[in-house]
Write a protein that binds this ligand. Structure first.
Ligand SMILES: Cc1ncc(COP(=O)(O)O)c(C=O)c1O
Length: 387
């Protein structure tokens, strides 16, 4: 890194633990990757067609900063019908370049230098980095398998002080697959109310739940007014490459996010907005089919890992299994490196998602059933040698 010209903030930023690993994977043959954090499906055809029609119609210009009004209206209907929470599409919903941008906007809009953001971990790799880039201080609190990786309200309460600005939660969770119960979220809501905190809730995987319901944080009593809800299309609709998501929040807060977006992004990709609208209107059957397939794989990988001596919490959301590797006697980095080297199976060390992820690895089941079967055979050989 160029220390003369780059800012200290950037120099201090740690490279993502995931990227580092995948640079190595990319140089190897015959690897089965359980490391991937995105759907293996191609975007459903109806959605693809809508994106192509948009381009062919010549919709190659900017949209309004907040995004196409019909898409914002469709999102308002989605959030109302699904979660009973109502947002004004004109002033309380904006379209972003994925949840990634929405997260950047939320952190940049909220944080004054030194503000603290409470972040339950293990969590998506960007939360800490986005907080730091915005000049804030991430305050990681651990979650534990004993609590089904749900956030412990008592630990949140202990972490709150006068500098605390927000809590950043994400259920269904990457990397653990945990889904938060209504009771736990209600406890969090009480804490947010008591200390006058904002809750940034990343609900990108909201439709990918298995046998349980997703509770939208903003739908809890009194929470709509203090929640920045982040959602998107990447995972539910297999649209990671389209780069499209949204933020919903009370108008006076959303205005802050929109102001940054106006200057940094202008508007989200136009053809992706057309495709996203189609996804909301016509994508349900495809989501149902993909969810069914993820669930089938989930029912293969979770018992499979358990049988190998890698105790695995039963995930009810997203598409990740998060086995404990304690029986191998290795740390996550060593386990992942040796497994890759010896058996050509890629998993991500849990520590990439925060210190509390140490002792675990993330295995994505967003890969074919057959590949998961083969990966389990290879991991069985590995555990016989190292278990
Ligand atoms: C929890 C979580 N939030 C946000 C993102 C980024 O998603 P997007 O493609 O919408 O930017 C990811 C991607 O893996 C994620 O797992």
């Amino acid at each position: 890194m160029n220390r003369r010209y780059l800012s200290q903030r950037v120099i201090d930023l740690k490279p993502s633990g995931i990227r580092k690993f995948f640079d190595i994977v990319a140089t190897m043959d015959d690897v089965i990757s359980l490391g991937i954090g995105e759907p293996d499906f191609v975007t459903p055809d109806v959605i693809l067609q809508a994106g192509m029609r948009s381009l062919q119609k010549g919709e190659t210009h900017y949209t309004s900063n907040a995004g196409r009004m019909d898409l914002r209206q469709a999102l308002a209907v989605y959030l109302q019908d699904r979660y009973g929470v109502s947002y004004d599409p004109a002033s309380e919903i904006m379209i972003t370049v994925g949840v990634s941008e929405a997260l950047y906007l939320a952190m940049t809009a909220l944080i004054n230098p030194g503000d603290e953001i409470i972040i339950p971990t293990p969590c998506f790799v960007s939360y800490e980095a986005e907080t730091l880039l915005a000049g804030g201080t991430p305050v990681a609190i651990p979650t534990y398998v004993e609590d089904n990786f749900q956030v412990r309200p008592d630990l949140v309460e202990q972490a709150v002080n006068t500098r605390t600005k927000a809590i950043l939660i994400a259920y269904p969770n990457n990397p653990t697959g945990a889904v938060a119960s209504r009771e736990v979220l209600e406890e969090l809501a009480k804490i947010a109310q008591k200390h006058d905190l904002i809750v940034v809730s990343d609900e990108l995987y909201d439709q990918l739940v298995y046998g349980v319901s997703h509770v939208c944080f903003a739908s809890l009593a009194g929470m709509r007014e203090r929640t920045i809800l982040l959602g998107g299309f990447s995972k539910n609709y297999a649209m990671t490459g389209w780069r499209i998501g949204y933020a919903a929040a009370p108008a006076d807060i959303l205005k802050g996010l929109l102001r940054i977006h106006q200057y940094t992004i202008m508007s989200s990709p136009t053809m992706a907005q057309a495709a996203a609208l189609e996804a909301l209107e016509k994508g349900n059957q495809d989501v149902e089919a993909m969810r069914g397939e993820y669930d089938r794989r989930r029912k293969l990988i979770v018992p499979g890992l358990n049988q190998l001596g890698l105790p695995t919490f039963e995930p009810h959301g997203a598409f990740y299994a998060f086995p404990s590797i304690a029986n191998s006697g290795m740390d996550g980095e060593t386990f992942a490196s040796k497994l890759l080297e010896e058996e050509r199976v890629a998993v991500v060390p849990g520590s990439a998602f925060g210190n509390s992820g140490e002792g675990y690895v993330r295995c994505s089941y967003a890969t074919s059933y057959e590949k998961i079967e083969e990966a389990l055979l290879r991991m069985d050989r590995f555990m016989r040698r190292h278990g």
